[in-house]
Design a protein around this ligand. Structure first.
Ligand SMILES: [Zn+2]
Length: 143
């Protein structure tokens, strides 16, 4: 059953921003699978004092959301004293370009895949390593 739009957080933000990622331009318009990947970002992160209001919110894709992380665009060196929303979004785009966007995550991806392969290569017995507490708990008790 569909969620009533009145109870959907940030419905109006998605409509205002036309379901387009503010940082890379990925559009979820008429693209259901892409639309499903869109999330709301606080341009100035909440954790660094960003407001929880429409002016500080924007639609982004999950990839850009991950790359941006907790970056505070007010840290950009050429910032005006009272940066506009557009200037802050521009600063985030510059930051992401400097980090090479997705490519910056390739080493993390490689490391995680290596750890998964190593975990899969372990013999099954290694998973049942001796742990007196849980081993005892797993033994069915006679009734
Ligand atoms: Zn994006």
């Amino acid at each position: 059953m569909a969620m009533p739009k009145e109870t959907w957080p940030d419905w109006d933000i998605y409509v205002r921003d036309r379901c387009v990622c503010a940082y890379c331009g990925l559009s979820g318009v008429d693209q259901f699978e892409t639309w499903m990947q869109l999330v709301i970002d606080h341009i100035v992160p909440r954790c660094t004092g960003g407001a929880d209001n429409p002016q500080n919110k924007t639609v982004v894709c999950q990839t850009c959301n991950r790359i941006k992380g907790r970056y505070d665009p007010r840290k950009a060196s050429n910032r005006p004293s009272s940066p506009s929303r557009e200037e802050l979004i521009g600063a985030v785009r510059m930051y992401m370009n400097e980090r090479s966007g997705k490519a910056a995550y390739l080493p993390d991806f490689a490391q995680m895949m290596k750890e998964i392969r190593e975990a899969d290569a372990r013999p099954p017995l290694a998973l049942a390593s001796p742990n007196p507490v849980s081993a005892e708990a797993d033994v069915p008790k006679p009734r």
